[in-house]
Design a protein around this ligand. Structure first.
Ligand SMILES: Nc1ncnc2c1ncn2[C@@H]1O[C@H](COP(=O)(O)OP(=O)(O)OP(=O)(O)O)[C@@H](O)[C@H]1O
Ligand SMILES: [Mg+2]
Length: 120
């Protein structure tokens, strides 16, 4: 690549693809790292529940920003592929409503059911 003032001339032999490419938007990778054990465990619990072996409740705990929501989001698709649905709720430390996270999750579930096709 030769540069002459403002004009850039491309030489086919030395032009390296992508050398001047850049994104105008800053974006962070959505990949989740180091959570394969937790994901497997949650999917195992889902499979047990689906197989009729009782109701399993998994509570995801951890400090803010640790990746609880990211973990739950990660199992949405595999659960959906298995015919399930993931609903979630978050316990807010300053909430005055008991069981607020369960209520939030149930709201999501009811909304989902109401928007489902009735098969007609
Ligand atoms: N294992 C991970 N790999 C990649 N990114 C991660 C991982 N864990 C968390 N993150 C990223 O860190 C950020 C915070 O994660 P997240 O929102 O899931 O935290 P949280 O535990 O739900 O926090 P809060 O308690 O405030 O709701 C997100 O952008 C998420 O994508
Ligand atoms: Mg969260």
């Amino acid at each position: 690549m030769h540069k002459r003032g403002d004009n850039v001339l491309l030489d086919q032999d030395v032009f390296a693809l992508g050398r001047r490419d850049f994104s105008e938007r800053f974006s962070v990778s959505k990949a989740l790292y180091g959570r394969s054990d937790e994901i497997r465990k949650l999917l195992e619990l889902f499979d047990l529940a689906r197989g009729g072996e009782g109701i399993n409740v998994a509570v995801v705990t951890g400090a803010s920003g640790l990746g609880k929501s990211a973990l739950v989001n990660e199992i949405r698709r595999p659960v959906q592929m298995r015919g399930g649905i993931v609903v979630s709720g978050k316990f807010q430390p300053n909430s005055n409503t008991p069981y607020s996270a369960l209520i939030e999750a149930m709201h999501q579930l009811v909304r989902y059911i109401l928007t489902e096709s009735d098969g007609m």
